[in-house]
Design a protein around this ligand. Structure first.
Ligand SMILES: [Zn+2]
Length: 477
């Protein structure tokens, strides 16, 4: 396979955009996506601005021919900055710090002084007609199984408005997303195989998720620039899912080969579709897109801020995994702890008992089960079974509480019983009760006995206890 890509002279680079989990980049509005009705809407027409080089961007001109009207939905979580009626505020320091952290994790060099730029936007997705972007770092690298992958640039920019409807010559955008801070990471075009592209995307994703970034669909966008021998560069935009990455790239290679045969390949931007094919979007923008943001001063990044962000860098999931596996946890529990973001809680609780698996279960599996059983949201459960409560319970394990009773104790707590009440052992002699029941009603199934006992002593005995006693008395192994 690899030799085949070599013959094709496959060259690819990745560009990743990830939303940061802070307020907006150039105003203090919350980065909140809205599903309700807007407060009001405004209308604008597109006016392409002449770039520094004096050439109207070809892509801008292409869009201009369409003579579209843009309508913007404004919410009470927007201010005049998103409407382009007020100059941008100073750059969000919290967002800047996150990008500096990520830059350190990517081994990149940070610019001490940098210029905020305006990038011409041609589809109306920005009320100003441009998007603000600022280069923060350059020349980084990450390690992959096939060697170093170089990071060309790391930038901080504002997200565009969200397209909510497009009909004929009118496009409606929602301003809720406009201005959400995005980190942009661009690798050098030295990725040689689809597998390497995927591995790089996954690795970058892991680094991003170790920092304070937004999670879930729509918060990350991955673009692949790809070309093969004799064919021009094509940008495949909008990968949400690395799972379809290889398939999409292979399809694109095939398409480029076909293009070459018919000598019909143009410089194109294509959009990644969920089925692994691509679709024509618009011509590639040229360098005429960028010019300086005159409303803002040069951005100085002090050595103090650089050093401060370098301290206490977050750990990556793979580092967490090896840390957790040292406690003898199985892969499923490790996954659950990382997925539910409970690693700090696990560390806090690790002194309570030598049974680390029990700690992990209390933080994950048991909470999920109780959420279903007691018909409460996972948030409600984790609020009741917070780390302090769990600490108090786990410290009593093997002293006042038997391991097998833990789930029962947690259930009582979730039901609203006091701590003392929850950890109190039941006075029921389960053995006696079960024996008498079997004598009274012989020849029932184990499930039937179980149902009868649980029905009678609900909340006082645990299912596993009853099941153990029944199995013993009925001689079932
Ligand atoms: Zn605002």
């Amino acid at each position: 396979m690899e030799a085949e890509y070599k013959k094709l002279e496959l060259i690819a680079g990745l560009e990743i955009h990830q939303q940061l989990n802070t307020n907006k980049l150039f105003c203090n509005c919350p980065s909140l996506l809205r599903n309700d009705s807007p407060q009001y809407t405004i209308k604008r027409k597109l006016n392409p601005v002449i770039g520094e080089t004096g050439i109207i961007d070809t892509a801008a001109a292409y869009e201009k021919t369409k003579d579209k009207t843009f309508e913007y939905q404004v919410f009470d979580t927007n201010c005049l900055v998103e409407l382009d009626e007020e100059p941008p505020h100073k750059i969000n320091k919290e967002a800047l710090k996150i990008v500096l952290q990520i830059s350190h994790l990517l081994n990149a060099k940070i610019f001490p002084v940098t210029q905020i730029m305006r990038k011409t936007v041609i589809d109306g997705s920005n009320t100003a007609g441009f998007q603000r972007t600022v280069l923060i770092a350059h020349d980084g690298h990450i390690e992959t199984s096939t060697g170093k992958v170089e990071i060309e640039f790391i930038a901080l920019e504002e997200d565009s408005a969200r397209k909510s409807k497009s009909t004929g010559d009118k496009t409606i955008y929602s301003l809720d997303r406009l201005g959400i801070p995005l980190i942009e990471i661009t690798t050098k075009p030295d990725l040689k195989t689809p597998e390497q592209i995927k591995e790089t995307a996954l690795k970058l994703g892991e680094i991003l998720r170790a920092c304070n970034v937004k999670r879930g669909i729509g918060t990350i966008r991955q673009d692949v620039n790809i070309s093969i021998k004799g064919s021009k560069r094509v940008e495949i935009k909008g990968f949400q899912d690395t799972k379809i990455m290889i398939k999409t790239i292979l399809t694109e290679i095939k398409r480029q080969q076909e293009c070459l045969k018919n000598s019909s390949c143009k410089l194109e931007v294509r959009k990644s579709l969920p089925d692994g094919t691509t679709q024509f979007l618009r011509p590639m923008p040229t360098s005429a897109r960028m010019y300086p943001e005159t409303d803002l001063e040069l951005l100085k990044i002090s050595k103090r801020l650089i050093d401060e962000t370098k301290k206490n860098l977050p750990k990556l999931a793979t580092e967490h995994k090896s840390f957790l596996s040292e406690f003898g946890l199985n892969e499923e529990l490790i996954k659950l702890i990382l997925k539910n973001n409970r690693i700090e809680d696990f560390k806090t609780l690790s002194h309570t008992t030598s049974d680390k698996e029990l700690i992990a279960k209390c933080l994950t599996l048991f909470q999920k089960e109780l959420s279903i059983k007691e018909n409460k949201t996972p948030e409600e459960i984790s609020e009741i079974l917070n780390v302090h409560t769990l600490e108090a319970v786990l410290e009593k394990v093997d002293k006042e509480i038997a391991k097998g009773d833990i789930k029962n104790v947690l259930q009582k707590l979730v039901q609203g019983k006091s701590f003392e009440e929850s950890i109190k052992k039941s006075d029921i002699n389960l053995n006696e009760v079960t024996k008498n029941l079997i004598k009274e009603k012989p020849d029932l199934s184990i499930q039937a006995y179980m149902g009868l006992i649980m029905g009678k002593y609900k909340g006082q005995v645990s299912g596993s206890e009853v099941s153990d006693v029944l199995k013993k008395l009925l001689h079932i192994t």
